[in-house]
Design a protein around this ligand. Structure first.
Ligand code: PLP
Length: 451
């Protein structure tokens, strides 16, 4: 009897994060100071990040030890299970084997706690008392609230307004952990007030919420900013997902032919995929696919340019796939995938052809999400459902071709706070917002011209 769940025991928890910067075939283009347009140095980041995270951002060490105090907290839910979706395979009548790495077992309900715990630990070590952040779907804000509670730091979360309204219970859970939750754009910051003056009904975006959180952190010495995705140190912390998944697949003597991860800023995708990529650099054949919504198609339609990570232009300019920092995506239910940019590491590897990207409509994604829930029992987060849908499409292709293949996808979180979205889907109220070439041209107008 083959296993359905592959567990690692506590002693097999990775003791170091994997840093893909050590193995990149070509180094990353340097981030630039937004004012001088010169490469940023550690001092440019020190107003909002602690020294250890700045060091990790630029490190080329292959493995970075996970501090004991972080491991102690990881042990609350890690190692996470690798599961075989046997009932889904049967429903699809596919010869493919489908495995998923389930991060929804964390207390926060998603992968985001892997980096939240690490970031709060290093901020506490640096004497910081208060962290600010943005959140889209609310998953990141929840994770940071929990981590701040564990380490005794205050936490302010700027929550994208459309999600704040769609998901009232997300606000409540963050408050349970002691965070203060502010709908963004808000009147608390210059950046928020500027957006509201132009459009009082703004739905908000991750780019705007980041500007608000950075503005507050930059102005107060006891306060730092914490980002839930995109940056190299976030991607580094998420590597525990792929390190475990690789060890779990090895235990059953398998290697994936294709790996899918949903893509917002790139952290769960790269967390799952990057520990496998050195094999690809050494010639092994498998596919790694980032999956995004057609309404916010950063990788599949965006351009590889230097751009800001936020709307107000406070962050360093990073070379990444972007739809333009002013772009406000439609209020789709996968709030965590509404980001105009992409991780510079994911962007570079996509640009150089090591990884692929696909985009899907939200109604198709929800169909697969419901199918997954009905067969496997787990209600997925709408973000994660993008990876499920890509896996379903791949499994159906395998059926048509009569080919066996091993599919691995990241189930980055559960959808227990996304029931408004599921109700809307079940009542045929979901629509698909199409992104057009004209929208891209408009969005790129304000992107600085560099190089
Ligand atoms: C469950 C879940 N998966 C994926 C994402 C997308 O973010 P990232 O691309 O950083 O993994 C989010 C973002 O909020 C999320 O909540």
């Amino acid at each position: 009897m083959e296993e359905t769940k592959i567990f690692l025991d506590e002693r097999e928890l990775p003791q170091a994060w994997y840093n893909i910067q050590a193995d990149l075939p070509e180094p990353l283009p340097a981030p630039l100071n937004p004012a001088t347009r010169q490469p940023v140095g550690p001092q440019d980041l020190s107003a909002i990040f602690p020294p250890d995270l700045i060091a990790q951002e630029v490190s080329t060490e292959r493995y970075i030890d996970i501090p004991g105090e972080v491991l102690d907290i990881y042990r609350l839910w890690r190692p996470t299970p690798l599961c075989r979706a046997r009932r889904l395979e049967k429903a699809l009548d596919t010869p493919a084997q489908i495995y998923y790495k389930y991060e929804g077992v964390s207390p926060a309900g998603s992968h985001k706690l892997n980096t939240a715990v690490a970031q709060v630990y290093y901020n506490k070590k640096a004497g910081i008392k208060h962290l600010t952040t943005e959140t889209g779907a609310g998953q990141w804000g929840t994770a940071l609230s929990i981590a701040c509670r564990f380490y005794g730091l205050d936490c302010t979360v700027y929550m994208v307004r459309v999600s704040y309204e769609q998901k009232p219970y997300r606000k409540a859970i963050m408050e349970v952990y002691g965070a203060r939750v502010v709908p963004s754009p808000s009147t608390e910051t210059e950046s928020g007030r500027r957006v509201l003056a132009e459009n009082p009904d703004s739905l908000g975006s991750l780019g705007i919420a980041i500007s608000e959180a950075v503005e507050v952190a930059a102005g107060r010495p006891d306060t730092n900013y914490s980002l839930g995705s995109v940056l190299n140190h976030v991607v580094l912390h998420q590597s525990v997902i792929g390190l475990e998944a690789k060890a779990q697949m090895e235990k059953i003597g398998l290697y994936p032919d294709v790996i899918f991860g949903c893509h917002g800023g790139g952290s769960n995708f790269s967390g799952l995929v990057f520990p496998f990529l050195p094999d690809k650099f050494n010639g092994k054949k498998f596919r790694a696919v980032a999956v995004e919504p057609t309404s916010c198609p950063t990788l599949t339609m965006g351009k590889y340019l230097y751009n800001f990570g936020d709307t107000a232009g406070f962050t360093p300019l990073m070379k990444m796939y972007t739809l333009g920092h002013d772009f406000i995506p439609p209020g789709i239910h996968a709030g965590g995938l509404r980001y105009h940019g992409a991780s510079p590491l994911v962007s570079k590897l996509y640009h150089d052809g090591y990884i692929e990207a696909q985009a899907f409509d939200q109604t198709d994604v929800f169909k697969s999400a419901v199918m997954f829930a009905q067969n496997e029992g787990i209600l997925p987060a709408p973000e994660s459902a993008h990876a499920i849908h890509a896996a379903v499409v791949e499994a159906l292709r395998a059926r048509e071709a009569g080919e066996k293949r091993v599919i691995l996808f990241g189930l980055s979180g559960h959808g227990h706070f996304d029931l408004t979205a599921y109700s809307a889907f079940l009542n045929n109220q979901l629509t698909n917002a199409q992104y057009t070439q004209e929208m891209l041209e408009e969005g790129l107008k304000s992107v600085p011209k560099i190089g």
